[in-house]
Design a protein around this ligand. Structure first.
Ligand code: ZN
Ligand code: ZN
Length: 617
């Protein structure tokens, strides 16, 4: 009786301790912010057993996987339930003192099979060890899982193979995924970049010393020989080079405060550079082994796996979905040549719906049409636009959209929806260009046959459904900015997309998203705000959103993908205006993607990206 009570109480106590632990983790990382952070709960699979399944109970299967003349010791934690289950392969570290059994068990409880194995020449396995042979062994393990007989025997779905590896295992996981396009997804945890371990003589020395004391279970290779092997493969084994191969699949980069941090950051930058469609990067303040963050580690991995079944698959079929989001401009009033004025296109089939028309919109639209092969955003095809508010950074491309769209082929009036003042702005722009329009439509004018293309129907809106056609329903909601402002939700046959415009965090955005596919939201980094004069800080506190606030908002709004845009930032060489200078010197007001990454990633466990011009999601 006492025992059973203890068992009943167990999970509850564990759960509340976990809640506390995770809350502390989050609070520990957070800088002071006005919006209290919600407690993060550990996923059920981390803290509770699955329901008992007498028909298909979980189990442990042990077998040998043949690899190049050696039988590898392998074992499989079989998930409960009839399946077929996805399978996670956990290639271990070097030599593998940390097998991450806790992670394996959580993953199984989440409904995945988990396969562990020893490479050749380690822990008593036959053959001799090398890094190349470990790469080969992993490929053989994948082949074993894809064998139809094995798949049937272990209720495994050969199409859902995911690799998750820590340290050397992270390298192995990344290598296998980057060389096998049918690997569903990959997580690299504090992964060592073997292509770079010889790059810095000092670091090499320190690392080599460590390896020399750790390789007792390894047969057939000394630490020095392994370093020499890595040197020979330096080019192929630099995992930053794998970004192109990995960009189309879900990738989780989980970083610690260790010697691999800089390499992991370089990989994440490379993935972003290549517009990776489903990159999730989380930095945890802990040691290489995550010794004091094992629950956090499991929680992050389980949440990521849970999302694979939904957002991951959507991200993967990015170009086959009917609806796409194209970032035409992710900037602010700062004249950053890499970030055009705010403008976003929601594409459904062959139609484009714009949100905002910041300066540069027409040229960015043409660039997207050419470089991303999206004809719907040809300037002549832009016929419907929604404005979040009338600040110039969001509207200075209006005349170009009207007139440039017309001369590029639009033959019908532009339909524009937005706040009070839009009609007046429209009339004045048309008036300002009266001579141009008259000249182009006079008997010699090149647009004389299409006079309607220069016209605009401006609609001043109220919250609620503001637009509907057979492809899309657009709902406006009030946001909180320095003037009348709206966010928009777009519902299409296959996706839901919400965009914030410039705003303080508001409940309406959370309600509008509520598990939406994509949330596009502005964010201002805390580190940068701290360097701004008081007047700017108080303006932003009222009318913009900090990274910490966005993390909190997104945690509650639960988008499948969060896209961050409209971050005030002065890249190196672009001088801030005089108003901003007293508190910050030259180049001090640059919000690097890494800064945003860190501030959001340490507070938000969901999938997010720092948007860049011409990204497609
Ligand atoms: Zn703005
Ligand atoms: Zn604004």
């Amino acid at each position: 009786m006492i025992e059973s009570r203890a068992i009943e109480r167990g999970p509850k106590t564990v759960k509340s301790l976990l809640l506390l632990a995770i809350t502390l983790i989050v609070l520990g990382l957070a800088l002071p912010c006005s919006w209290p952070l919600a407690a993060q709960t550990a996923p059920t699979a981390v803290v509770a057993d699955p329901p008992v399944d007498k028909q298909s109970p979980p189990g442990l299967a042990m077998f040998a996987v043949p690899s190049h003349g050696v039988e590898l010791d392998a074992w499989l934690y079989v998930a409960s339930g009839a399946g077929p289950h996805g399978t996670v392969i956990l290639p271990h570290g070097l030599p593998g003192y940390e097998m991450s059994g806790d992670l394996a068990q959580s993953i199984r409880r989440a409904g995945w099979n988990v396969l562990l194995f020893h490479y050749r020449g380690i822990w008593g396995a036959g053959g001799t060890f090398s890094q190349s042979s470990a790469i080969e062994d992993t490929a053989e393990v994948v082949r074993f899982l894809r064998d139809p007989a094995n798949a049937a025997k272990y209720h495994a779905d050969p199409k859902r193979i995911v690799l998750i590896g820590h340290s050397f295992g992270g390298f192995i996981a990344g290598y296998e995924a980057s060389h096998d396009p049918d690997i569903r997804a990959v997580a690299m945890i504090a992964a060592v970049n073997l292509g770079k371990i010889n790059a810095d003589p000092k670091e090499r020395e320190a690392r080599l010393k460590r390896w020399e004391t750790q390789l007792h279970p390894v047969r057939g290779a000394t630490a020095k020989e392994l370093f020499a092997e890595a040197e020979r493969h330096a080019k192929d084994w630099d995992y930053v080079q794998w970004a192109e191969a990995l960009r189309t699949r879900p990738v989780l980069l989980l970083e610690a405060d260790d010697q691999n941090h800089a390499d992991m950051e370089a990989l994440s930058s490379a993935l972003r550079e290549k517009s990776a469609v489903a990159l999730e990067q989380v930095a945890v303040t802990t040691d290489h082994s995550f010794s004091d963050h094992r629950i956090a580690l499991q929680s992050i991995v389980i949440r990521w796996l849970e999302k694979l079944e939904t957002s991951g698959s959507e991200a993967r079929k990015e170009h086959s979905t009917r609806t796409k989001v194209v970032l035409l401009g992710t900037g602010t009033p700062v004249p950053d040549p890499d970030r055009s004025g705010p403008a976003t296109a929601i594409i459904v089939d062959d139609r484009a719906y714009l949100v905002d028309f910041g300066p540069g919109i027409v040229r960015r639209a043409e660039a997207a049409a050419l470089k991303r092969e999206i004809p719907a955003v040809e300037p002549g095809n832009l016929k419907v636009a929604f404005v979040t508010h009338l600040h110039s950074d969001h509207t200075a491309g209006y005349s170009d959209l009207i007139l440039g769209g017309w001369t590029s082929g639009r033959t019908v009036p532009l339909e524009v929806y937005g706040p009070t003042g839009l009609q007046s702005m429209t009339e004045h722009i048309l008036q300002a260009y009266r001579i141009d329009i008259e000249t182009r439509t006079n008997p010699e004018g090149n647009q004389r046959r299409f006079p309607d293309g220069s016209k605009v129907n401006a609609h001043e809106i109220k919250p609620g459904v503001v637009y509907k056609d057979e492809k899309i329903t657009v709902t406006a909601f009030l946001t909180k900015h320095a003037m009348e402002s709206y966010g928009y939700r777009f519902d299409t046959p296959d996706r839901s997309i919400v965009i914030s415009g410039d705003t303080n965090p508001v409940e309406e955005t959370i309600k509008a998203c509520n598990g939406c596919d994509v949330l596009i939201h502005e964010a201002q980094p805390l580190e940068l705000l701290a360097k701004m004069p008081e007047s700017v800080q108080s303006f932003d506190a009222k009318y913009h959103t900090t990274t910490a606030q966005l993390a909190e908002l997104a945690t509650r709004a639960r988008p499948k993908l969060l896209v961050i845009y409209h971050t005030v930032s002065f890249p190196p060489g672009i001088a801030p205006p005089r108003l901003l200078q007293p508190k910050a010197g030259a180049d001090a007001l640059y919000a690097s993607p890494e800064m945003l990454q860190k501030e959001i990633g340490s507070r938000y466990l969901g999938q997010f990206v720092i948007g860049r011009d011409l990204d497609v999601y």
